[in-house]
Structure formats: structure tokens, C-alpha cells
Design a protein around this ligand. Structure first.
Ligand code: IDP
Ligand code: MG
Length: 139
């Protein structure tokens, strides 16, 4: 059974209309986009999604940034989707991201780093069900 992970194309990227460029890198890496929708998070949704970071000093700014424009949420599928997408995204801080990664190519800053990807199988399942019903995911 192939693995699935949750991806978010963040507001800095949707604003610049580079969803297609990011999807190209995702697909070229062998990740299949099996669900996708463009939404605008409410503050409550953003706070819930990032609740693991609620005590961090950057939490308030992160929530404000994530609701500053539309996002594209996606489910990506591959045999090792979680770790593969983490390496395709690159490091959280774009200054540390390897060249060719999405964040090295497109991120504006540590906060506005263009994409989100789940960090474990367990969190992938939680994050996918946060945004998608089973019948919206077509493998
Ligand atoms: P990740 O997205 O690579 O998994 P996390 O540590 O889970 O990184 O942080 C979630 C998001 O919060 C990051 O992608 C980035 O947008 C933002 N962020 C993380 N650390 C900082 C920081 O030190 N300052 C500002 N924003 C940050
Ligand atoms: Mg994370």
C-alpha cells in the first residue's frame, strides 16, 4: 500500500501564482497528487492546524501569515511519500535548503517558506483528515 502525506502550498506561493511550478517539481519527484483544493483558512482553522506550535514565539505571526491569502491543500502519494516530500521541500529555513528543493527555489523567508509537508506517518493521517473526506482522495 502506498503512503500518503499532506502538502500545503502556502499564501506566499499562491499570491505569486507558482502553484503549477511547485506541482511540476512534486510530480517530477514521483509524488502523485491524489487530492487538491484551494481554500482560505479561518483563524480558528489555522490555530488548530498549527496547535503543536501554540507555545512558540512565532505562532501568532505564523497564523496571521497562513490566513493572509488562499492556500492549496493536497494529498500526495508515493511508496515513501512522507520522507520523499520532506526532501523535495527542503529545510524549513530556505537559507539551509539544498538547491533544487522547493524552498530553495521559491521560499521568501523562514516564515513564508512556500510549502508544508507532514513530518510523520501519524501526523500525515491526522492532517489529511483535517482537510479531506475519504471520497475526495482518488489514488
Ligand atoms: P516545517 O514546516 O519544516 O515542518 P515547523 O518547525 O513545523 O517546520 O514550523 C512550521 C512553520 O512555522 C514553518 O514551515 C514556518 O512557516 C514557520 N516557522 C518555523 N520556525 C519559525 C521561526 O523561527 N520563525 C518564523 N516562522 C517559523
Ligand atoms: Mg512541521
Amino acid at each position: 500500500m502506498e503512503e500518503q502525506t499532506l502538502s500545503i502550498i502556502k499564501p506566499d506561493a499562491t499570491k505569486r501564482s507558482i502553484t503549477g511550478k511547485i506541482n511540476n517539481i512534486i510530480e517530477e519527484a514521483g509524488l502523485k497528487i491524489v487530492a487538491q483544493k484551494r481554500i482560505h483558512l479561518t483563524r480558528e482553522q489555522a490555530e488548530k492546524f498549527y496547535s503543536v506550535h501554540a507555545e512558540k514565539p512565532f505562532f501568532k505571526d505564523l497564523v496571521n501569515y497562513m490566513i493572509s491569502g488562499p492556500i492549496v491543500v493536497q494529498v500526495l502519494q508515493a511508496s515513501n511519500a512522507v520522507s520523499l516530500y520532506r526532501s523535495v521541500m527542503g529545510a524549513t529555513n530556505p537559507e539551509e535548503a539544498k538547491s533544487g528543493t522547493i524552498r530553495a527555489e521559491f521560499a521568501k523567508s523562514l516564515e513564508a517558506n512556500s510549502v508544508h509537508g507532514s513530518d510523520s506517518d501519524e501526523n500525515a493521517n491526522i492532517e489529511i483528515s483535517f482537510f479531506f473526506k475519504a471520497e475526495e482522495i482518488v489514488g
